[in-house]
Design a protein around this ligand. Structure first.
Ligand code: AMP
Length: 287
């Protein structure tokens, strides 16, 4: 895929450094003409080559560029020069959901249900576009300035016209059919939604074990138990249990998740659990 040539670094004022990934750094930036604030993900070609990441990146760009949903991080554009490949991304001011979860310990049912509903809506949209994410985990979920969830990082996503056979990472969130290297489809994302819902409410994923092999064994046995603390409603446990079904065809559909009584009762329709103080919607303006 050829990058549109009209963009270059000189189109942006580079602001603060946000963070570092495996292939480069992420910066806050402002597009000079429009003043629009974005995140620039600057990756080094040498590193991409070293780790043979080209194919993943190409897939990530191709897939993410075609997606436009309030809970999917927008990839506005991309360009490259001799040394670097640069992704122009929507800026997620509240950073990783993972960090928020670690700081909070676990989420309230209202917060957990709001994120699960946002995820279900975004995944339903992706699946309709024949995209399976396959790597949904807290580190790949970002929050915008209003606390709305954004799915990021489509490096492991796949087009789902046919059932897939390749195994992706990481163990805690893998569906049984991926561990058993069976053909898998969009239902792997539905499984992960159940796992994440559990982690949001209990602070760690359900099949965690010290050894990776034990985690994998617990997943294929669906060794699902609910601790007595924190206290979690039976409706939440019902949603988790119905998503953590070994048989992928028996899992709740994303539409059923969105209609589930626990979601109906708890999820914020706005997708945000953060109270705005009198100013209404906060505009992302400053670098
Ligand atoms: P990555 O290269 O995707 O692993 O990202 C490196 C760091 O930058 C991580 O801390 C991410 O949370 C952060 N980051 C990546 N993309 C964005 C974005 N669009 N908005 C805000 N922070 C981001």
């Amino acid at each position: 895929m050829a990058a549109p040539q009209e963009w270059s670094m000189s189109d942006f004022e580079i602001g603060k450094y946000i963070g570092e990934g495996k292939f480069g750094k992420v910066y806050l930036a402002r597009e000079k003409q429009s003043g629009y604030v974005v995140a620039l993900k600057v990756m080094y070609k040498a590193k991409l080559e070293k780790y043979r990441f080209h194919a993943h990146l190409r897939r990530e760009i191709e897939i993410q560029h075609g997606l436009d949903h309030p809970n999917v991080l927008r990839l506005f554009a991309w360009f490259h020069d001799e040394e670097r490949v640069v992704l122009v991304l929507e800026y997620a001011a509240r950073s990783e959901l993972y960090k928020v979860l670690r700081a909070a310990g676990h989420f309230t049912e209202r917060t957990a249900a709001t994120y699960v509903a946002s995820l279900a809506g975004a995944l339903a949209y992706c699946h309709k576009k024949q995209v399976i994410h396959r790597d949904i985990k807290p580190e790949n979920l970002l929050l915008d300035i209003e606390g709305r969830l954004k799915i990021a990082d489509f490096g492991w996503a796949a087009r789902s016209n046919a059932k897939r056979h390749t195994l992706c990472r990481p163990p805690f969130y893998l569906a049984p059919e991926m561990i058993e290297k069976k053909a898998h489809d969009h239902a792997v994302d539905n499984w992960t939604l159940g796992i994440l819902c559990y982690e949001f409410l209990y602070s760690s994923p359900p099949f965690e074990a010290d050894e990776q092999d034990d985690t994998l064994r617990r997943i294929v046995r669906v060794d699902l138990t609910f601790p007595s603390s924190p206290c979690v409603s039976s409706e939440a446990k019902d949603l988790i249990t119905k998503n953590c079904e070994f048989e992928s065809s028996k899992r709740l559909s994303l539409e059923d998740i969105m209609k589930h009584p626990w979601i109906k009762k708890n999820a914020e329709p706005s997708g945000s659990c953060i109270k705005q103080k009198g100013l209404g919607r906060v505009k992302p303006v400053l670098i």
